[in-house]
Design a protein around this ligand. Structure first.
Ligand code: PAF
Length: 278
């Protein structure tokens, strides 16, 4: 596995490669969720490139940029074992200029839910993902696929829209949420949870499970579903419970095979998100 830190070096390397590229962008602290994306990329492509970059422009003032888990050594080992061809860990100066042109998330999908709670977050995500797509797909007429988890559903929707709006030559592959055996959706931020907080955090996935049971009983309206979910999550600080269609328009009633039920909440100081695709 080749580890590359500079944009120009990666571009040079990519020029020499042949075949399809599967790309997995991450912020490191890799867990089974990331690994499932990497494995899928490995199965479906000739070359697998993983990036690790804790992107400062997607963190808001006062968020956890400084304490975001950094596990360089362990991450390298995981990538090597997963047969990654190139691990791209750009230095900040190599990937950002001063006074940059910015991308702004669109009004309808970008300023609700996560966008409302974390104003500017998606602008930073789109900015770095656009850069990464352009670097990794550089000079590549062959197939270029990028893998994203459904856990960050709004991020996934916005990136898919950016690819369409800016005619970017990449196929976005959405990947299922990976959960621990107790149901907690895997996230690099789970390491912040104390034992007691983790127990409370389990109510998030429990509430989503209950919601999917209600849907199976044909209870589809947001009010009834939300009421039961709030009861199950009574020990955590719920930020929002929302139902959107797959285009991220807010809806009041589940549309089967076209809905996402989303939750965001705080357990202690840790903010967690989770969802199910119905
Ligand atoms: O989902 C993430 O880990 C990040 O938002 C991403 C897509 C790697 C951009 O920094």
């Amino acid at each position: 596995m080749l580890v590359v830190n500079l944009v120009e070096e990666l571009k040079e390397k990519i020029k020499e490669l042949n075949g399809s590229i599967g790309f997995v962008p991450t912020m490191g602290a890799l867990h089974e969720g990331h690994l499932s994306l990497i494995k899928k990329a490995r199965d479906e492509n000739d070359i697998v490139i993983v990036s690790i970059f804790v992107n400062p422009t997607q963190f808001l003032e006062g968020e956890d940029l400084d304490k975001y888990p950094r596990r360089e050594k362990a991450d390298k080992k995981i990538c090597k074992l997963a047969n990654v061809d190139i691990l791209f860990m750009p230095t900040i100066n190599s990937i950002y200029n001063r006074d940059e042109l910015r991308i702004e998330a669109p009004a309808i999908r970008g300023f609700i839910l996560e966008g409302a709670k974390r104003a500017g977050h998606f602008d930073g995500v789109l900015q770095i993902v656009m850069k990464l797509f352009n670097i990794v797909s550089f000079n590549k007429p062959e197939k270029f696929r990028a893998y994203f988890g459904k856990k960050d559903a709004q991020q996934l929707t916005l990136i898919t829209q950016m690819v369409k709006d800016y005619f970017i030559n990449v196929e976005i592959i959405p990947c299922d949420i990976i959960r621990d055996s107790d149901g907690l959706a895997l996230s690099s931020r789970n390491v912040y949870l104390t034992k007691d907080e983790r127990l409370k955090a389990l109510s998030i996935s429990r509430s989503l499970k209950r919601a999917s049971k209600l849907v199976m009983q044909n209870i589809l309206d947001k009010k009834s579903i939300e009421k039961e979910m709030r009861e199950i999550m009574r020990d955590i600080e719920i930020e929002y419970i929302a139902i959107v269609d797959r285009e991220f328009n807010s809806i009041d009633k589940i549309e089967l095979k076209n809905s996402i039920l989303l939750v965001a909440g705080k357990v202690g100081n840790t903010r967690l998100i989770d969802n199910i695709w119905i």
